[in-house]
Design a protein around this ligand. Structure first.
Ligand code: 4NP
Length: 159
């Protein structure tokens, strides 16, 4: 059986998208579904290629019981071919990747908060210039959105 391939995208790939990757991966492991998913994250910019997540994101995730390990990389048009689902964190991330879409390619780009049961139309706010409160807010948004995304994908692909 082929794996469901999921890619989380933000601007820097050091705050929001590696956190979404970490949370979603942990939920997949907890449900015993690791064999069914391939999970990655990337940034639209080249600002932090090769870097681990922002220390503030790592610290906040650990406080919430999630360990992060990711090396920053930049989105490329080939990701449209490789992944089934691409989850941009905000509208500008979505615009930036859609500019690179090579025509008819298969991945769907669905806004991350489309899966947020509390607010389907919002962006995941960028916490980079914010304080701990902002990082915790992003954690909570991504925690509930990842739960609902996983639920959606399990129903669609694994039942
Ligand atoms: P992210 O946050 O897109 O959630 O990783 C940012 C990280 C770095 C920068 C901007 C946003 N930056 O300008 O370096």
């Amino acid at each position: 059986m082929s794996k469901v391939k999921v890619l989380f995208v933000c601007l820097g790939n050091i705050c929001r998208s590696p956190l979404a990757e970490g949370i979603f991966t942990q939920k997949v492991i907890e449900m015993g579904l690791s064999d069914h998913f391939e999970i990655d994250s990337c940034g639209t910019s080249n600002y932090h290629i090769g870097e681990q997540p922002d220390p503030r994101t790592i610290k906040n995730a650990l406080k919430n019981g999630v360990e992060l390990n990711h090396q920053g990389r930049q989105f490329t048009y080939a990701d449209f071919l490789e992944f089934d689902y691409i989850l941009p964190m905000d509208q500008s991330n979505k615009r930036d990747i859609e500019r690179l879409r090579p025509g008819h390619e298969r991945a769907e780009a669905l806004m991350m908060r489309y899966f947020d049961p509390l607010d389907k139309n919002a962006n995941v706010p960028d916490p980079y210039y914010d304080e701990e409160k902002g990082f915790q807010e992003v954690f909570e948004i991504l925690y509930r959105s990842c739960a609902s995304l996983l639920d959606f994908l399990v129903k669609k692909h694994l039942n």
